[in-house]
Design a protein around this ligand. Structure first.
Ligand SMILES: [Zn+2]
Length: 330
């Protein structure tokens, strides 16, 4: 066992994490071997919480994962109110609020388009969003297509009056009791890379998918242009919330091993690539001190306007995202 020798432990100890950070040593999520090389040391660039988080690449199968990783019971400390996915119900005022709301609408519309390009959504379609946060995407699909919508997350949204249409499951996805319910469309928008057991997650999705259903998964793409340019400050590292990072090859293999067939692979996603371009370079400059999203509204918007001619070609540039459409292997 090469990696558990003294040099690996010493390397990690030398990162001097604050005592409140609780770690656990893990084997490769993909092949269960314990033999790796260090890929990078990430920091919490988004909120600036202290810590140095090590990501390694498996020498047997090339899978990239956080090791040692922050223990599951502690990870919630790294999701605070400024974390973007959970920031949606905050009351904001004026033009910022309008801009933010518009951004979310565009985002949900892009997700919808990816789905309707591959599945005929009707009022009979059962949609499950894994990691649904406060459910804006599900509400969008319910409103536009009258689809039946369910969501899983740690946050209980069942008491939000505006989320009444959502059948809400609270807790870990693979520990839910779905009884015999099957879903036609299962979505994971930036969920899998946060998951402590991505294999079990994909297996669970396979079990509860209707025979002619589709699974849509979007994750950051490690072998992309922004990672190449931004390295450990790449927003796709998002330490320590991201436990795994996928390149194209590994992502496809991982899905296929769970019993899926890839119907389509896309080197882009619903999430705006510009976010990665802007914040990745900002993180490089700012170096792990954390940022307040609110302060970036104007420069972000100006940059977006300047870059818009390039972003028209987003789907062909392999900037940062990847999305797969999966069906059950026949
Ligand atoms: Zn491996």
């Amino acid at each position: 066992m090469k990696s558990q020798d003294q040099s690996s432990t010493k390397h990690f100890d030398s990162l001097e994490n604050p005592p409140q950070n609780k770690f656990e040593y893990v084997n490769c999520y993909n092949c269960n071997n314990d033999d790796f090389e260090i890929l990078l040391i990430g920091q919490d660039d988004l909120t600036g919480k202290a810590g140095n988080f090590r990501y390694v690449k498996c020498n047997t199968c090339d899978f990239v994962y956080q090791n040692p990783r922050v223990k599951a019971e502690q990870i919630k400390d790294f999701y605070d109110d400024d974390y973007i996915a959970h920031d949606r119900n905050k009351k904001k005022e004026g033009i910022k609020a309008k801009g933010f709301e518009h951004g979310l609408k565009v985002h949900d519309g892009k997700k919808e388009k990816i789905i309707t390009d591959h599945y005929n959504v009707t009022d009979k379609t059962e949609i499950l969003d894994v990691g649904c946060a406060i459910g804006t995407f599900l509400l969008h699909m319910n409103k536009k297509h009258n689809a039946k919508v369910s969501g899983v997350d740690f946050k209980d949204i069942s008491n939000y009056p505006e989320a009444a249409a959502i059948n809400s499951y609270v807790g870990l996805f693979y520990e839910q009791d779905f009884k015999d319910k099957k879903f036609d469309v299962i979505t994971m928008w930036h969920f899998l890379e946060h998951c402590y057991d991505p294999k079990r997650t994909l297996k669970t999705a396979h079990d509860i998918l209707a025979d002619d259903g589709r699974v849509f998964i979007e994750v950051p793409r490690l072998d992309s242009l922004t990672y190449l340019l931004q390295g450990k400050r790449w927003p796709g590292v998002q330490a320590p919330q991201h436990l795994t990072m996928f390149d194209k090859k590994k992502f496809i293999e991982f899905c296929e091993e769970a019993g899926f067939e890839v119907e389509e692979y896309m080197a882009w996603g619903a999430f705006p690539a510009y976010f990665y371009i802007y914040f990745g370079f900002l993180f490089r400059f700012w170096g792990g001190k954390g940022i307040l999203l609110d302060n970036h509204f104007i420069p972000y918007t100006l940059g977006l306007i300047l870059m818009s001619p390039i972003l028209l070609f987003e789907k062909w540039l392999n900037l940062c995202m990847q999305t797969v459409v999966l069906k059950k292997k026949k």
